[in-house]
Structure formats: structure tokens, C-alpha cells
Ligand binder design. Structure first.
Ligand SMILES: [Zn+2]
Length: 124
């Protein structure tokens, strides 16, 4: 993982993690600490990136309302408002659709299925 500040490949992984459970790295060249979200649009979001993706999935795939999505994730221990859901949709949905469209489709056929998913809950 290159340093997002100076692009150096010289770093040390620190023993501590962020509040959300992301590993922290220390760049040797610039002497700055960073994690995998540093320098990305998700840097200051207070929930893990995969939760933001799940929120967008609930909106787009399952057509849940902003309030229903916020209530559903409250049951899972993530507290944010329906306005936050709306904000995330405006900010991040174009990023996710761009990411999905840029992925190769594979060779198994025209329809692919996702059998497993990875969800980070309280850092684990
Ligand atoms: Zn650096």
C-alpha cells in the first residue's frame, strides 16, 4: 500500500487500529500515519465503507426508503439519520456504479451471482 501523502512504498504497520478497525500505517519518508481510507471520499465517514455500500444496496436493489434503511441499520448498531442516507446516495452511488461497471464480467456466462459477502461489525 503506497503512502497517500508521498506515494512511498516504505511504511510500517502499527499495532493499533482506527476506531472502525482499519489498520494504521506509518510512512517512513513523510513520517505521517494513514489507513486504507486516507485520501478517499470515505475518509471522514463514521461507519465502515462496507456498511455504506450495504446502505446503497438497500436503496437501489431493495428500494427501501431513506428512513427504513436508517432504521434497519440502527438495529445493527449503526446510528445515522435518513438525511445521511440521502447524502451518501448522492455522493457515493456514482462511485459504486462506476466501480461495478469497470469490473470484468468473468467467463461463466452473462449472469453472475454473489454467494458470499464480507461485513465488518465493530472492527471484526
Ligand atoms: Zn508518506
Amino acid at each position: 500500500m503506497n503512502c497517500p501523502y508521498c506515494l512511498s512504498t516504505l511504511f510500517t504497520q502499527l499495532k493499533r487500529t482506527t476506531n472502525l478497525g482499519y489498520d494504521i500505517f506509518h510512512g517512513h519518508s513523510c513520517q505521517r500515519d494513514y489507513n486504507e481510507r486516507t485520501g478517499t471520499p470515505f475518509n471522514l465517514i463514521e461507519v465502515p465503507t462496507d456498511i455504506v455500500f450495504e446502505v446503497l444496496l438497500c436503496r437501489v436493489r431493495y428500494k427501501l426508503s431513506y428512513r427504513d434503511v436508517a432504521e434497519y441499520f440502527l438495529f445493527r448498531g449503526f446510528e445515522f439519520t435518513h438525511e445521511t442516507v440521502r447524502d451518501w446516495q448522492e455522493r457515493f452511488l456514482p462511485l459504486f456504479t462506476e466501480q461495478i461497471r469497470s469490473k470484468p464480467q468473468g467467463k461463466i456466462g452473462k449472469i453472475g451471482k454473489i454467494w458470499k459477502t464480507y461485513v465488518r461489525v465493530q472492527g471484526e
